[in-house]
Design a protein. Structure first.
Length: 235
């Protein structure tokens, strides 16, 4: 689905997507985008930020509040880091600033669809990843803590799955940024910090005093089992 109020831009994106074999629905405002996502459940949303009725940021806010995991690639004329990080904080998966290359846009679409593995053939089953009471299921795209389901955006899930696959390993920001893949030149390592902050709100008993997703100062982050840490401390 393409949500873009500029008719020429929308037509350009539609043609490129159709050329790659995608079925495309175009909507002209944010409110219609929300309604059509609810109705059609598309595999991906290419979303302009500046739109009438409801802007793109509010569209993402609503969709994530409804726990919809549709990948969102945002397009905007804004290029400041704060604007970009706000979009990521709300749950966007990728962000391109105008003017952009249609070929690069198609590459990012392919990457998002491949990483979320929606609409493609099923691959070999992946083992569930367990770090203490935190469980990450790559095939079902599910996360649970202490048996309770946790809703994650695709970007948050990729970071969590990468760290859960190697508990106690310290991941530098550059490595985690590579897991997200595709952010444009305006995005800095603060992107990772925003995702980590959001994950802590979801998986930590006290987000400001994390016991699972820890900061290794000057290096990056690691995911650990807090019960194991307590056992090691008492040994």
């Amino acid at each position: 689905m393409v949500a873009e109020d500029d008719e020429k831009q929308a037509e350009l994106v539609r043609r490129y997507l159709e050329r790659e074999g995608h079925a495309v629905t175009v909507v002209r405002d944010g409110r219609q985008a929300i309604e059509e996502v609810r109705l059609r459940e598309p595999d991906l949303l290419v979303l302009d930020v500046m739109m009438p009725r409801t802007d793109g940021l509010d569209v993402v806010r609503v969709l994530r509040a409804e726990a919809r995991e549709i990948p969102v690639l945002m397009l905007t004329a804004r290029s400041t880091e704060d604007d970009l990080l706000l979009g990521l904080d709300l749950g966007a998966d990728d962000y391109m600033t105008k003017p952009y290359s249609p070929r690069e846009l198609m590459a990012r679409v392919r990457t998002l669809l491949r990483r979320t593995r929606r609409g493609g053939p099923a691959g070999p089953a992946s083992a569930r990843l367990t770090v203490g009471s935190l469980v990450v299921d790559p095939d079902r795209h599910e996360v649970a803590v202490d048996g309770a389901a946790v809703e994650c955006t695709p970007g948050e899930f990729r970071l969590l799955a990468a760290m859960a696959a190697e508990p106690d390993r310290v991941f530098g920001r550059e490595r985690l940024l590579a897991e997200l893949h595709g952010f444009d030149r305006y995005i800095s390592n603060r992107t990772v910090d925003v995702h980590v902050m959001n994950l802590r709100k979801k998986i930590e008993p006290q987000p400001r005093r994390p016991v699972r997703l820890l900061t290794v100062f000057g290096v990056g982050y690691k995911l650990t089992d807090p019960a194991k840490g307590a056992r090691d401390a008492s040994a």
